[in-house]
Ligand binder design. Structure first.
Ligand code: GDP
Ligand code: IMO
Ligand code: MG
Length: 426
């Protein structure tokens, strides 16, 4: 019988801990696949005293020979991919035997990155605070039917590349952001070298590959990047990324039909963070926010930027659970709240004096006052616990409270960055 595809994705503004949990769940699957985003992602894994940050390569590569797929919905920067892949090869990962890359991934050109920077500058105070990896301009080219795909390498590539580059240079000129002489030539040389390196990997029709695996009874886990509140349709637009980060993105980003979707794991932090600009109703600008940042080491895995921190937002989580069809929840970084005497959870928004539990269209411009429920902290070190039986009652009560509020079971609880610090609940 054909297997279903399970999806794991972020329910907040990214950095929920997707990389860690994909690594933990990989032994249950035959295939792990990324379906969207690009090197704007930074997925951290820790085990055996080592730490890795993955950007474009799926988080299933450290387990036992599972196939890892970079799906058509991903945008790939050859230079950053080569850096990432070479570092992994150096540390002993046999990448070539397990990694497959879709012919249909769109390529991030050097000029896409220049455009990302120039467009952000042009926005001035309204800038999005992108990761600067060329994500927006690359997806823009894809949708406007001007993109360059990895499979084009074998079809009149040079002419297609030059056309795209010249179009980008015109645009850069109009933004008064043409690169200095020599700069582009060097970027291009690195880019072409990196493409040569990519050619040594399996470049495949990943939609046939994945559906073939499913028909053979093999199981697939899809790994999301970013988070639901950064989704281009449903996130806090325009302060979002340029792809569909939601479950539906796994269908279009891999060529998997909607009726093939099985479990949807929705992952969230016991609090909330966001990096870059844009609305964040439960953001804390005080000492508590700083304490969460310090204890949670909330600095970007890719850019090193400070992450903004705040209390958990159940209005946004309920919205994300609805959009994604989440069947199981995974709570991360519970240990970060170990020392707090009280913990707050936002259960509704107050807008112009009226309470609502809906995520507003104009979240960017309305004034939202979060309505909080205060819960007692557990004030116990969770990080060495091995099973949920060891959880202090107040932490169990926090979990029950969230499950009731979110109408969805929390099946995994993370209590530290290491692979081992993961409790699967019964
Ligand atoms: P991703 O982008 O969703 O994969 O998440 P990131 O890797 O960007 O950010 C998550 C950060 O939290 C990483 O530094 C992880 O090592 C760390 N982390 C993951 N789970 C836990 C946890 O349960 N507790 C603590 N303290 N850190 C965690
Ligand atoms: P992972 O997969 C957190 C944010 C950027 C910016 C906005 C648009 O590690 O969770 P982009 O470069 O995509 O055009 O930036 O999205 N952003 C992320 N924030 N985690 C990520 O990925 C992110 N990828 C993009 O900070 O606000
Ligand atoms: Mg991240």
């Amino acid at each position: 019988m054909a297997m279903k595809v399970d999806v794991l994705l972020g329910l907040q503004w990214g950095d929920e801990g997707k990389g860690k949990v994909v690594d933990v769940l990989t032994p249950r699957y035959d295939v792990v696949a990324r379906f969207q985003g690009g090197p704007n992602a930074g997925h951290t894994l820790e085990f055996e005293g080592k730490k890795y940050v993955l950007r474009s390569i799926p988080s299933g590569i450290f387990q036992h020979g599972q196939i890892n797929v970079i799906g058509n919905g991903v945008v790939l920067d050859p230079v950053l991919f080569a850096e990432e892949a070479q570092a992994l090869e150096k540390s002993g990962v046999n990448l070539r035997s397990v990694l497959k890359i879709s012919k249909k991934v769109h390529l991030i050109l050097p000029t896409h990155r220049l455009l990302d920077a120039a467009l952000e500058r042009a926005k001035g105070g309204a800038k999005i605070g992108t990761t600067g990896k060329g994500i927006g301009p690359t997806y823009t080219d894809k949708v406007s039917r001007n993109g360059l795909r990895l499979g084009d390498l074998f079809h009149n590539f040079e002419a297609k590349y030059k056309a795209a580059r010249d179009r980008h240079l015109n645009r850069l000129k109009s933004l008064d952001a043409l690169p200095e002489e020599g700069v582009l030539a060097e970027l291009e040389a690195n880019w072409i070298n990196a493409l040569d390196y990519i050619k040594s990997f399996d470049i495949v029709d990943s939609e046939y590959l994945i559906n073939g695996y499913l028909n053979q009874g093999k199981s697939v886990l899809c790994e999301g990047a970013q988070g639901t509140l950064l989704d281009v349709d449903f996130g806090s637009y325009p302060f979002v990324t340029s792809s569909n980060t939601i479950t539906a993105g796994a269908c279009s980003g891999l060529g998997v039909a909607p009726n093939r979707i099985g479990e949807v794991y929705g992952i969230f932090k016991a609090y909330c963070t966001r990096v870059g600009s844009g609305p964040f109703p439960t953001e804390l600008h005080d000492e508590t926010g700083k304490k969460i940042r310090d204890l949670g080491h909330e600095y970007g895995a890719v850019t090193g930027r400070e992450r903004r921190c705040g209390w958990i937002d159940l209005v946004a989580l309920r919205y994300a659970i609805m959009i994604n069809g989440v069947t199981q929840l995974i709570m991360m970084k519970s240990d970060v709240l170990d020392s707090f005497a009280t913990i707050k959870a936002c259960t509704a928004y107050k807008i112009d004096g009226e309470e609502t539990d809906l995520f507003p269209f104009d979240i960017d411009s309305v004034n939202i006052e979060p309505v909080y429920t205060e819960l007692p902290g557990w004030q116990t070190d969770l990080t060495k616990m091995k099973s949920e039986e060891e959880f202090p009652e107040k932490f169990s009560a926090y979990i029950r409270f969230l499950e009731e509020q979110l109408h969805t079971p929390i099946t995994i609880v993370s209590i530290g960055p290491d692979r081992c610090q993961t409790i699967v609940r019964k």
